[in-house]
Design a protein around this ligand. Structure first.
Ligand code: FAD
Length: 474
């Protein structure tokens, strides 16, 4: 049976990004359909941001409390792992999407459940679980917001070994005795932090020479030091060559010929776009590719197809994808009304310039690592004439109050030609809440001379800004 319907905008994927594209289109007076094959709310709500942060919050709060004299003694015991897992379950609404479905209804968008696929220009088919096919036609735009899945390396035995991906690492119902974490990026570092604190014996196997390779090198060093102090083993310069499961035991063979046993093995080895089965070939694109877009999030070479959020590979972060959704929604609405876009206006509502100028990210490890904009290596590679200014956070009065023996570091990257900041990185307890100040400084291109007049309150960790500016002026 088939059924045909027409909308102004059809959105493929109801993750945080697809939801926001639909919302912005509706706010602009357009009709919108949204297609979802799993749970409305997407990876972020059920197997990524929300459950991972629910697991990590008690870990970080306990670590912070243990650094406060007078409080330390009260929090010496282990975490109540079952209570943490139960809180995580509540936080993910027990993997039910009723609340988010209500929200989609409240914005006046129509939800279609099933696998969505392009079937030529401006056309999407939705195949429901019972085999029913609905054809949706888009008068103005189709937005691909299908996100990513975990990318597993092609290793002998990996399929039979039933490894954890980010999905199992965020939804597991019990704590494994021994957990191998393969990878050194954000997901690997966060999940190693969470499961080690919840009682697993974690071994990290990192192919490169350190953790968090996309941040300033000191971020990975401080996080690795802390993981080791917490009892995890962090091995660098090592690769897994094969995996095998025998009963409850999984064995990883390493490139030095040795083997390592555990109860579970998590592969946190990158992400792949969910574009392999969405009909890209029907519109002249290659299935399985990331979708290349311009700053209005429109796919290069198309006048109706948009790719927003993870699927375009610009910045695999929920907040950045939702920012893109606001931009895409505004661009689609303007184009539908025949209003010319100010594509050259860097500060305009139709251009996602922050994707390349000022992406903020917080890694919820202990210590937290947070950055906005470029690292020193990225700024130099982009051809800027820069100076890196470093500051030990231990010397900051507010940091000493925040935590006894506060350990942390900050770096700001100054564009010497324009005397503005290109990037800032903070590592230390509590810095996740500090990073927005850096995002404003970088995105707003606030001149260093003006930053002198942005006075941080005493005694807060934010006083690191004064120390950084003093160090720059000399
Ligand atoms: C473990 C982990 C922790 C993370 N933590 C954070 C964090 O703390 N902060 C942060 O900013 N980012 C975090 N991220 C990244 C964040 O999850 C993603 O950037 C975000 O989910 C991207 O949103 P999206 O809407 O583009 O895609 P998704 O959230 O992946 O949603 C895509 C949706 O599309 C649906 N879909 C796919 N194909 C089809 C189809 N053919 N038809 C219909 N529906 C389809 C999917 O079922 C899914 O619901 C984390 C990621 C991981 C893996």
């Amino acid at each position: 049976m088939t059924d045909d319907k027409a909308y102004d905008v059809v959105v493929l994927g109801a993750g945080p990004v697809g939801e926001n594209v639909a919302d912005r289109a509706r706010a602009g007076g357009l009709s919108a359909a949204i297609v979802e094959s799993e749970l409305v709310g997407g990876e972020c709500s059920y197997w990524a941001c929300m459950p991972s942060k629910a697991l990590l919050r008690p870990v970080i709060a306990r670590a912070d409390a243990r650094r406060v004299p007078g409080l330390r003694q009260a929090v010496q015991g282990p975490l109540d792992a079952q209570a943490v897992l139960a809180h995580r379950d509540d936080y993910t609404s027990h993997w039910k999407d009723d609340g988010q479905v209500d929200w989609v209804t409240s914005i006046g968008a129509d939800l279609y459940r099933g696998q969505g696929r392009l079937a030529g220009p401006r056309t999407v088919t939705v195949t429901a679980e019972d085999g029913t096919v609905t054809t949706l036609t888009a008068r103005h735009a189709v937005a691909v917001c299908t996100g990513t899945r975990a990318a597993l390396p092609d290793l002998p035995g990996i399929g039979e070994a039933k490894p954890w991906t980010s999905r199992e690492a965020t939804s597991a119902a019990s704590v494994p005795g021994r957990l191998i974490v393969v990878g050194g990026g954000v997901v690997a570092a966060e999940m190693a932090t969470a499961w080690q604190a919840l009682g697993a014996q974690v071994t990290m196997l990192v192919r490169g020479d350190g953790l968090l390779p996309r941040m300033e090198p000191f971020a990975g060093e401080l996080v690795a030091d802390a993981l080791r102090e917490a009892g995890a083993e962090v091995r660098t310069g090592v690769s897994v060559t094969a995996v095998e499961r025998t009963g409850a035991t999984v064995t990883a063979t390493l490139d030095d010929g040795s083997a390592l046993e555990a109860d579970e093995i998590l592969f946190a080895t990158g992400r792949a776009p969910r574009t392999e089965d969405i009909g890209l070939e029907t519109v002249g694109l290659v299935p399985g590719d990331w979708l290349e877009v311009d700053d209005s999030l429109r796919v290069v070479g198309s006048d109706w197809l948009y790719a927003v959020g993870d699927a375009n590979h610009r910045a695999l972060l929920t907040h950045q994808g939702k920012y893109q959704a606001r931009i895409a929604g505004a661009a689609i609405t303007a184009r539908a009304a025949g209003v010319p876009l100010l594509e050259t206006d860097r500060w305009g509502a139709h251009s996602a310039t922050a994707d390349h100028d000022a992406v903020p990210q917080v890694v919820f490890t202990d210590p937290e690592a947070a950055s906005a904009g470029l690292t020193l290596a990225e700024a130099e590679a982009a051809g800027h004439r820069v100076r890196a200014v470093d500051q030990d956070l231990a010397g900051v009065a507010g940091a000493g109050l925040y935590a006894d023996g506060y350990t942390g570091r900050a770096r700001m990257i100054v564009d010497l030609d324009r005397e503005v900041l290109l990037g800032v990185t903070f590592v230390g307890p509590g810095v996740g809440e500090l990073i927005h100040s850096a995002t404003i400084a970088v995105a707003g291109e606030v001149p260093i001379d003006r930053l002198w007049h942005a006075v941080p309150s005493y005694p807060t960790v934010s006083e690191v800004w004064l120390r950084l500016l003093e160090a720059y002026r000399g």
